[in-house]
Design a protein around this ligand. Structure first.
Ligand SMILES: *Cc1c(COP(=O)(O)O)cnc(C)c1O
Length: 363
């Protein structure tokens, strides 16, 4: 048995007719940039999350960059975030010559530990950027309360958590700005690069919309220095077809994630902790084991692919060495980075495939 890590093939085959129809409609309309497919998707994304504004853009990374640009992050400003995430989280802060200031994670959820945030706030701190890692939201209430007290803005890096719920509200609509990614392997993936930015504030909405299109207001009138951060109509067409199935996919993801948790209960691995007041959409289903190399080999030999998200915390990355962090600065991130490992996960993972993965782990 060879099990796919993320089963995009079965997904496409299941919705092929609808996806092909939407994509072909864009091809025959020749409206490739913005247009009705993009507008339709933005309306569904706004309705889905409850956020007043949803702007699609070129990638999850650009959604973070645009959010930081929209709140006017300047060189020398500090943005507090987690070192246990994908590089894009800190990369976008650094790209604006602002300073990523790291705070270690909670060992149970792998998300930023709100208890450690206040100690890192200085007069230069402008924003907090929690990451909703693996599909589970960070402690947004605690983080928003700290931000309110210190007059900071909270940007949720929800690149892995689109569709997740936190106290009955949707990820991406839990703070001043929410950012997500439609990279193919994310919970809502398109067939290339893409992302979206969410907010409820009118002035911020106007600015984000303009920034992602060269700071343009009226055509060829440029109010801000922006970027070409637009989303393709062809990708919007793919997502318009997939949105019809997204709720059902989330249900499957939650079912499969909890089934993994139950089945792996008796195995010598640490399974994900999902807080009672939120859901995870399991962008990754990640376990921890002290013996990762051997476990990965055993699984790979049996035809079960695995991955590591993420082996090197950001404070130990060469590109960010100038920040001056050293080994030992964020012990929980470092420890989790040596033990974490992701298993095959998708709404199309069959019970038989999942049993095979679990039995291989337990063997
Ligand atoms: C995927 C991801 C991003 C970047 O999204 P892209 O669409 O690949 O640019 C940013 N942050 C996190 C946490 C991610 O998982």
């Amino acid at each position: 048995m060879q099990i796919p890590f993320i089963d995009l093939k079965t997904q496409y085959e299941s919705y092929k007719e609808e996806i092909d129809k939407e994509v072909l409609s864009v091809l025959s309309s020749t409206q490739f940039i913005m247009g009705p497919q993009v507008a339709k998707l933005e309306a569904s994304l706004s309705a889905f999350t409850g956020a007043k504004y949803a702007f699609t853009c070129s990638s999850g990374t650009d959604s973070l960059l645009l959010a930081l640009m929209a709140i006017d992050i300047q060189p020398g400003d500090e943005v507090i975030t987690t070192p246990f995430t994908f590089i894009a989280t800190a990369e976008t802060i650094a790209l604006l010559k602002a300073k990523p200031v790291f705070v270690d994670i909670d060992e149970a959820t792998y998300n930023i530990d709100p208890k450690l945030i206040e100690a890192k706030i200085t007069s230069r701190t402008k924003a907090i950027m929690p990451v909703s890692l693996y599909g589970q939201c960070a402690d947004m209430d605690e983080i928003n309360a700290i931000a309110k007290k210190h007059n900071l803005i909270v940007i949720e890096d929800a690149c892995q958590s689109f569709g997740a719920e936190y106290k009955g509200k949707k990820s991406c609509n839990l703070s001043t700005i929410g950012c997500t990614s439609f990279f193919p392997s994310k919970p809502l993936g398109c067939y290339g690069d893409g992302g979206a930015i969410f907010c409820n504030d009118d002035a911020l909405g106007e600015k984000i919309k303009s920034l992602l299109n060269h700071g343009q207001g009226k055509r060829y009138e440029h109010k801000y220095i922006g970027i070409n951060g637009r989303f393709d109509a062809l990708q919007a067409a793919v997502l318009n077809a997939k949105m019809n199935h997204f709720e059902a996919e989330i249900t499957k993801r939650i079912e499969i994630g909890s089934r993994y948790n139950t089945l792996l209960n008796s195995a010598k691995v640490v399974t994900p902790t999902i807080r009672a007041d939120r859901t995870s959409v399991f962008a990754q289903y990640s376990i921890r084991t002290k013996d990762r190399e051997a476990m990965a080999k055993k699984l790979n030999d049996a035809g079960v692919p695995t991955a590591v998200h993420y082996p090197i915390p950001l404070h130990l990355q060469e590109a960010l060495a100038y920040l001056g962090y050293k080994k030992g600065d964020f012990p929980i991130s470092e420890k989790v980075g040596t033990e974490i490992m992701s298993l095959p996960m998708s709404p199309f993972l069959t019970t038989e495939q999942q049993d095979f993965v679990v039995n291989t782990i337990k063997a």
